[in-house]
Design a protein around this ligand. Structure first.
Ligand SMILES: Cc1cc2nc3c(=O)[nH]c(=O)nc-3n(C[C@H](O)[C@H](O)[C@H](O)COP(=O)(O)OP(=O)(O)OC[C@H]3O[C@@H](n4cnc5c(N)ncnc54)[C@H](O)[C@@H]3O)c2cc1C
Length: 434
């Protein structure tokens, strides 16, 4: 089937062939020519499709194959969604250690993007908890991989370019609670927020900062820090996870977020969070903060948005943010969403968004002035030694990624050594010349 396919940020939309096999037999006959592996297709960037490739969507492969509660291990087909897995595990008092923010995302997508979750300091990224994979490549067949294999390390965070992950074995942890007490504390500047997050890194179960940069000329990023602790709430339910459809191609005909509405929305959001400083939040809202807020993505209108997510060394952040502010004022770009999370204990390698420091994320409307602002930030990010998440920012060039990631050439060479004909291709891999 050929259909118009878009990245979640709507920066790119292409006409692509999508196949949805539902039997192992069909996987024995993968399409000739370029292939793109695809899970739920919800990545911000065009990571699971390309106009000349056939996307092979693993959505129908969503079964639990083996489960051993004694060693807390589960083997699943890679198309299983995080929500389906959670519905099985939560009643047994177990969960995945790392959960990104939406239940429709698939395990295959989380392995290939090596995603991060709520508490990087404690749990690291998704790949740290994968203990086995089965990978299918038309030229190599199906291979079982363990963490000690080179191909395993190339596949975790490998952007789907080594083949189709058919199954994954994952370590589990006890579910620490069924709800969280979230405490919101006001901060006057983002620099204050960064200091507060550093103090909370070891003491809270989850912490992040939200800041207001929606009026380019007026603000220092007043916001709030949220720190949270697990509690057990007997009334909490785990079985009502219905993810509404999140279709990247759907948007309002005109953007609802603009330079007039963004400051009002940000002001109200900050006010409503600080009005009630201690909030009991059910598990579902903790795990999937975007669930029920799908309109956020549609409100940017047909041209969509760009997310820039960078990992920056903590001791350089205050100096960086001064330069960042000057750049924002120069370009006059309102930022709709600004968040900060602490990453601790991780190690940056290949093209994985991992390491130690502060993860600084902004969402801006996709406009010419935003693109000029972000292009200038690319240079600043290289100068400050930051790395940008290739899975979030649709405009990053190969030159920027190469300048930021010391392992860019290694990743590219290892892919070519393993797969000289480079069968797996996506719009992302094409842009980054991988
Ligand atoms: C609302 C929302 C919240 C999010 N929150 C977070 C967050 O908190 N933290 C975070 O890190 N990310 C977050 N993300 C990003 C998301 O976790 C990743 O983009 C993830 O890869 C998407 O999974 P998917 O199933 O949609 O994969 P797709 O978008 O279909 O594919 C993503 C990548 O994985 C590859 N892939 C998919 N399935 C397979 C497979 N079976 N075999 C081989 N390769 C495969 C694709 O080729 C592609 O490179 C969020 C996304 C959304 C929409």
């Amino acid at each position: 089937m050929t259909s118009r396919t878009a990245s979640l940020d709507r920066h790119l939309s292409e006409s692509c062939r999508i196949e949805k096999p539902d039997r192992y037999q069909e996987l024995d006959h993968l399409p000739d020519g370029p292939i793109a592996a695809r899970g739920a297709g919800l990545s911000y960037v065009a990571a699971s499709f390309e106009s000349h490739a056939t996307s092979v969507c693993l959505g129908a492969f969503d079964r639990i194959l083996a489960f051993d509660p004694t060693v807390r291990s589960i083997t699943v087909e890679a198309g299983i969604s995080l929500g389906k897995l959670h519905r099985f595990l939560a009643p047994l008092g177990l969960c995945l250690p790392v959960q990104p923010g939406y239940p429709a995302l698939t395990v295959g997508g989380c392995v290939a993007a090596d995603v991060h979750g709520k508490n990087h300091g404690r749990e690291g990224t998704f790949g740290r908890h994968v203990t086995g994979l089965k990978l299918l490549h038309p030229d190599h067949g199906m291979v079982a991989l363990a963490p000690c294999d080179d191909l395993f390390t190339l596949t975790v965070g490998g952007l789907g370019l080594t083949g189709i992950i058919v199954t994954a074995t994952l370590s589990l942890i006890p579910l620490a609670g069924t709800a969280m007490i979230m405490v919101h504390s006001a901060v006057a500047t983002i620099e204050d927020g960064a200091v507060a997050l550093a103090q909370l890194a070891d003491t809270s179960d989850m912490a992040y900062g939200w800041f207001d940069f929606s009026t380019p000329n007026h603000q220092d990023g007043a916001g709030f820090i949220t720190s949270a602790r697990w509690i057990t709430d007997q009334t909490a339910r785990t079985d009502d996870l219905k993810a509404p459809s999140l279709d990247p191609a759907q948007a309002l005909p005109l953007p609802a977020f603009n330079r007039l509405t963004m400051p009002v929305i940000n002001h109200l959001y900050r006010w409503s969070n600080l009005r009630q400083t201690k909030v009991r939040t059910p598990l579902q809202a903790v795990l999937w903060p975007a669930l029920g807020r799908e309109n956020y993505f549609k409100f940017y209108g047909p041209d969509g948005f760009i997310e820039s997510q960078i990992l920056m060394q903590r001791d350089k952040f205050a100096e960086y943010i001064k330069a960042w502010r000057l750049c924002q004022i120069k370009h006059g770009v309102p930022v709709m969403l600004t968040t900060l999370k602490a990453f601790t204990g991780g190690k940056q390698s290949l093209l994985r968004y991992d390491g130690a420091g502060l993860s600084f994320t902004i969402d801006v409307a996709n406009t010419l002035s935003s693109l000029a602002f972000l292009a200038e930030l690319d240079g600043l990010n290289v100068e400050f030694g930051a790395v940008s998440s290739v899975m979030k920012d649709s405009r990053l060039s190969m030159a920027t990624v190469r300048a930021q990631y010391g392992d860019y050439d290694t990743f590219r060479e290892r892919l070519r050594t393993y797969d000289p004909s480079r069968r797996f291709v996506t719009a992302l891999s094409r842009r980054l010349d991988l």
